[in-house]
Design a protein around this ligand. Sequence first.
Ligand code: AMP
Ligand code: MG
Length: 524
Amino acid sequence: MKLNIQDTFNQELPADPIRENTRRQVEEACFSFVKPKSPSGPELIHVSEEMLEAIGLEVDAKDSKNFLDIFSGKKILENTTPFAMCYGGHQFGHWAGQLGDGRAINLAEVVHDDQRWMLQLKGAGETPYSRSADGLAVLRSSIREHLCSEAMFHLGVPTTRSLSLMLTGDEVWRDVMYDGNPAYEKGAVVCRVAPSFIRFGNFQIFASRNDAKNLKILTDYTIKHFFSNINELNVDGYIQFYQEVANRTLDMVIHWQRVGFVHGVMNTDNLSILGLTIDYGPYGWLEGYDHDWTPNTTDKSHRRYRFGNQPGIAFWNLAQLGNALFPMIKEAAPLKAILEKFKKDYQIQNLDMMRSKLGLELSKDGDQKLVEELEKTLMVTEADMTIFFRNLSNFAKDTEIDHNQTFLQPIKDAFYKPEELENEILKSWSSWFVRYKNRLSLEQLSDTERKLKMNKVNPKYVLRNYMAQLAIDKADQRDYSLIEELYQVLKKPYDEQPAFEKWFAKRPEWARHKVGCSMLSCSS
Ligand code: AMP
Ligand code: MG
């Protein structure tokens, strides 16, 4: 296979000297060499042709035996030395010590069109970091990761990508809902792709072990390869690095809020140092707009990672990263200043983002209030976030806000219980629309121009939880057609695509409480 391999991580950073694949604490090293597990019967299910091209392969490369072998873990690319990374992390707010790539194996780095890509198999067997688990992944979670990575990219959200989805031919023992009903499921491997998979936790693990030397080595490596605008590897450079990570993390989380994505497990080991959405586990998409919603059943009681808490958790995680970088900066003030700035920047950028969703170009004093009132009103009776914002662009600014409810017509489809639109609930909506209409009258854009702009930030198609589940159910029966269909529709989430109109619909009632649709565990 003609890949331009240019490894740096496993060339420039300290390796674990032990080559045996045994579970252990790995100190003074950024990674351990480890080989993927050979699958017994690999089968290609789906490929992202865009990612094939991105890494420099021809479209027909996917049909080769070599492709199947390499991206299922059966064969190792020539002149490469796969490895698993060592990192730690705070899980649900508590320091968990060493975690590491328990089921991710980095194959190699490829440079194509001046872009560096790390190729990483997820679910290719145990590593020194597998702790008590098996290093494997099941088909359902692999479909979810593959489809969502690509969908997020096309939504304009910073994310890791996915090249391929394979069955391994092996079975994996899982208790889906952690309720004492384990069963065998089909094993799968995804090849994830990103410039780098370094996480906040890679820095935290060295800081937690007072290993200042390796903390600096890793930071210098990260800056050199991925933050090329930072020229100095000294205190000033490290402060700038922290600021950059804060900026990128903020940008990512604002995009999540814009499209209604809930990550579900924002532990510090699941935050990319490059500000990419990483580790698609029990994530979900808002259907009814609800700040308190989380798809993750493991987090059901505390809802730490609920939709409305994501910006706050990004802040908390950045504070942990600040603690980890402190030994190199040795002063708290600049780190604190960056965190304070994050809070202010969030307020500004979040409001700008919401303005864009509402089709407002100017900034006016009452805008924050307009947004807050909308968020409250969206919760008085279940309103589908995606449909509401998409269809709001059909609201004409000269609409009368009157008793016969014509003003609600454009967005009526968003309501799960339209019969509730009366009395107080109707009043809330009409008063919000009065506000909105007044605010629109200050804008220059025509209705048509506003609609065009709004449709570029309010997607028509997102990977609703039940859509992924339908694709999973079919794939279980060896029918992969829905994976391809969803992959195609989600490539153009802002386009009308009338042929795919059926995916622009509220979640069906059967999916409201179905496992995999509204409830997901970390079991994957
Ligand atoms: P997560 O919360 O899914 O990001 O996982 C937390 C840690 O558990 C990471 O270090 C993962 O690599 C590890 N992990 C999760 N699932 C498995 C598995 N099936 N086998 C080995 N390690 C796992
Ligand atoms: Mg993880």
